[in-house]
Design a protein around this ligand. Sequence first.
Ligand code: ADP
Ligand code: ZN
Length: 684
Amino acid sequence: MDIWSCQVKNAYDPKTRTIKLCYTIRMYAEVVLAKTSSFSDKVYHYSIPPNLVDKILVGAQVLIPFGPRSTVGYVIGLVGKADVEKVKDILEATSDHPLFTEKQVELAKWIADYYCSFFSSALKLVMGSGGKEQRAKIEDQNKSQGAKIKDPKIKLTDEQEAAFKAIKAAVEAKQTKTFLLHGITGSGKTEVYMRATAAVLEQGESAIILVPEIGLTPQIVERFRDRFGDQIAVLHSALTLKQRQIEWQRIKNKEAQIILGARSAIFAPVEKLGLVVIDEEYETTYKSDKSPRYHAREVSDFLAKQHKAVLVLGSATPSLETYYQTEQGKITKLVLSKRIDDRALPEVKIIDMREDRGFILSEQLRLELKTTIENKQQAILFINRRGYFTFIMCQKCGFTVECPQCAISLTYHTKEQKLRCHRCDYSTTPPRVCPQCNASAITYFGTGTQRIENEVATLIPGVRILRYDRDAVSKRGSHEVIFRTFAEGAADILIGTQMVTKGLDVANVTLVGVVSADTNLRLPDFRAAEHTFQLLTQVAGRAGRHHLPGKVIIQSYSPEHYAIQAAAKQDYELFYNQEIKHRQELGYPPFSKIISLTISGKEEAKVAQVAEELGELLKAELKQGVLGPASAPVPRVRGQWRYGMLVKTGELKVASSIVAQAINKLKSPKDVRVTIDVEPMGLV
Ligand code: ADP
Ligand code: ZN
């Protein structure tokens, strides 16, 4: 198709208004190398010999001469002119069908550009399993036999109906439109996702449903399967390559028009995309932690524009960035304000730990735990364990030391016995008495799971405790095993980290205890308050989900903090209105975009020197918004010293290219690496 349209264009003579037949045209292919390296991440031109004309299409894998050898490449475009004089011929077509489409090339270009990654890595990411499935037979028949959807037999509430209608209208009109489905836990968001999906199938299009982590959300998969049967494809990391290829093929053949999966499922090879749903879009798992460091929400945004599709972001606690866009009128907000059946939200109590000095579990929480177990009900204890960070706090008044320039908590560095800002490198000696209340109650924080487990075991002899953290998951096999053990009542108390905040829907859970709400709040990250609010709101939503009423106890040394207050009231707007002011004052997102740079290597002195050099180059070009360099919050990982730097900017494109140029100018030694993370989600 490309070849013919190109030939016709080239041979058309406007004067005589005729199309000359042209035998001599040699077409050229734009080829990228399959192997990634910094010097070869370019587009090369090759000519297409006549015998290969019908095989060399966009998406073809080819063998090309490269230097003294031949190597494998991918055709990403066809052009009429080459940019070099002596063009070499493509040697061979090594795939019997295209491995990616032009749309996917566009997407890869955007990813490489936006996230400052190699184009070939972006292309491989976008190709997904496609690149490895040459052997699978392609049957290009349209297998879609119309939608076979089970009748939901559920009457939507008025709010659900209104939300569904708005989404459906946009789907049917083929509008590129983003919605925020803002609904508290248990308000029926999933039901709306399923109805919207059905509407998309009716249009003969596909839908991609993204969840934060597939293992943590088995219930949503079950519900989709129940409604849509084998029209769904589930993509998750536990699939073998073979299984993945089969799913990939089912998607291509339109046997499966609904794709459920985590982050990378966004690259499923759908031809006609009608809808992308991102459940709990604020979750950090949507951001890739390896290059290309893409965010599924931003990729979805690009895809929605490309396919004229609808994007639905659903959450009780949307990210500040997303909510800000609804305030700006760029995203349409749909609200589900009530729980189904008007089930009450749990009763939330904040315990002021300043009055309970020295205990991990407050008297109130100990009492509630005992009562819950006596009543043969279950409890969840949520602890926040971020082992690397120690911060100091006054146990009497909750005072913590913040950086005067960056307004983030200072972290305590044991070796030098200093408090340090990992952002700007400001440092200070920890106070012995509290500067706020003069008490000698400065304490060093960092909580241990084991200690809490012991304490609970002593408190309630014979209680059955189940631990739920990464270690436990790897020991017991999977999330699902732990889920099931607890759901079946084989344990009384589930103690765990972040993982207990999500997905769990157990009728008999009536108590949720948050051991230390502050640990997260004091992380050296401008999103600390946001993450705390989201976590607390989500974990509170685990209690009393069915007929039994729930209770939530939040222990805190700073109970007056707006993130904790708002979470206790489950009031998003209360939180948002405060938080957005802080962001604006400090020029953090959504009022700016951020590029985070990490400089790492084996020798600290070299790393520091490169960081310094890069900092100077950037400051010379950017004048403002360059923070650091400073020793990273985790200064040494697996023997690598790390320095961090942030660029805050209103013009991401400009700043990105300045960063890229500066890195190119660096005379950095081979063993020092610079990593770029555009719009990072982690500790910044
Ligand atoms: P969310 O995704 O917002 O947490 P769900 O979609 O899981 O909420 O809904 C909570 C519960 O209510 C589920 O068990 C669901 O089947 C049920 N439900 C949803 N919508 C309705 C409705 N309109 N009528 C009756 N039950 C509903
Ligand atoms: Zn600072």
